[in-house]
Write a protein that binds this ligand. Structure first.
Ligand SMILES: [Zn+2]
Length: 362
């Protein structure tokens, strides 16, 4: 039944959490943030680091759906121009000048080459070459495309707001003199205010992994360096166009899986494979924590011979170290995208994975 699996997952969560804490305190509830040099990653989605960047970005009041908020609707809301449809969360940020939760947006660790455009009107705003990691939890750029971004006093009387010069969409704030880069400028922008256009012709690679509940698998890979995008879906079975209800029924043969698109100039398939093995338990057969069934099996769906050899080699290494890996390595078949409400689940809901935590295995 649709949802019933999730209900039982949730009901088991508390017990599983206790078991996990008792059995593997080194793993804890913290989920790996690869490439990050910060400690205490588990709490980062709610609380930015202290320091000038975090303080400057942070708004003190929490509002609508866990999104930090401020101020009133912008006058551009009633503009007659035709704009893109926005989700309620995007409306809250773009039209009502809200602020998304730090470390929650899809672009704060985004590293692909291309152009960031206005989510509302598609105007090009920032180049990826101007993006840098300020560790404030929001995408940061030390330069904007000429005349694309307008500065104006913020309603708080202190900060400088930045908006799309074309449509007035709220983007975030700009801070000067912090010394992050030579330009000494930080455009602190909400991911929800942006869309991204990759460089045309840029070669990107794919990988497909299954490691239990795909919400958690996606959460892990979204935070990996070099990952450009992720999609949750179903694969490895026989039923065409399966629904979540079908897959929960256990007769489709499909596994919950994540398709990862990555920039091979920034990461490698082996690095992603290692991340896969170190963020779930590859010794559990047809289950992952409280989620039981073949749809939760551990599997690597390979797209070429090189991927197969890489996965097989890492499994051999783990077995040499005594890890009884049951992960299956099989050629990828059609990847069926899951329903929209499963996509980007943890970032949208502000919740945390219950199965996926980092544990060093290599
Ligand atoms: Zn715009």
């Amino acid at each position: 039944m649709t949802g019933s699996g999730r209900v039982s997952c949730a009901a088991s969560l508390a017990v599983f959490g206790l078991l996990l804490a008792a059995a593997a305190p080194q793993a804890g509830a913290a989920v790996l943030r690869p490439g990050a040099d910060r400690a205490g990653a588990a709490s980062e989605a709610e609380v930015p680091r202290t320091g000038p960047a975090a303080e400057a970005c942070r708004n003190s009041s929490r509002g609508h759906r866990g999104i930090l908020r401020a101020a009133a609707p912008s006058p551009q809301e009633s503009s007659p121009m035709q704009y893109n449809d926005l989700t309620p969360e995007e409306e809250w940020v773009i039209l009502r000048k809200g602020t998304e939760r730090p470390f929650s947006g899809r672009f704060w660790k985004h590293s692909a080459e291309g152009t960031y455009v206005c989510r509302r009107c598609n105007a090009p705003l920032f180049r990826s070459t101007a993006k840098f990691d300020s560790e404030c939890g929001w995408p940061s750029f030390d330069d904007a495309i000429p005349d694309a971004v307008k500065r104006q006093p913020d309603a708080d009387g202190k900060r400088t707001e930045i908006v799309c010069a074309r449509c007035g969409a709220h983007l975030g704030h700009v801070f000067l003199g912090e010394g992050y880069t030579d330009r000494n400028t930080r455009h602190c922008v909400n991911s929800l205010s942006l869309d991204f256009l990759p460089v045309a012709g840029k070669e990107l690679h794919r990988a497909i992994f299954a490691s239990g509940c795909f919400w958690g698998t996606e959460y892990v890979f979204q935070r990996a360096p070099g990952v450009v995008s992720t999609t949750v879906g179903y694969t490895g079975g026989t039923t065409p166009s399966p629904s979540y209800r079908d897959v929960c029924g256990g007769k489709t043969g499909h596994a919950e899986a994540v398709e990862v698109v990555y920039d091979p100039g920034k990461t490698t398939y082996e690095a992603l494979c290692r991340l896969f093995f170190e963020t779930h338990d590859p010794t559990q057969l047809n289950r992952q924590g409280p989620d039981v069934g073949t749809q939760y099996r551990s599997a690597v769906f390979t797209l070429d011979e090189t991927q197969r050899q890489t996965a097989a080699r890492l499994i051999a290494q783990l077995r040499e170290r005594g890890t009884k890996v049951v992960t299956e390595v099989v050629p990828a078949t059609t990847f069926w995208k899951a329903e929209d409400y499963h996509q980007d689940y943890y970032n949208r809901t502000g919740r945390k994975p219950y199965c996926h935590g980092y544990r060093q295995r290599f």
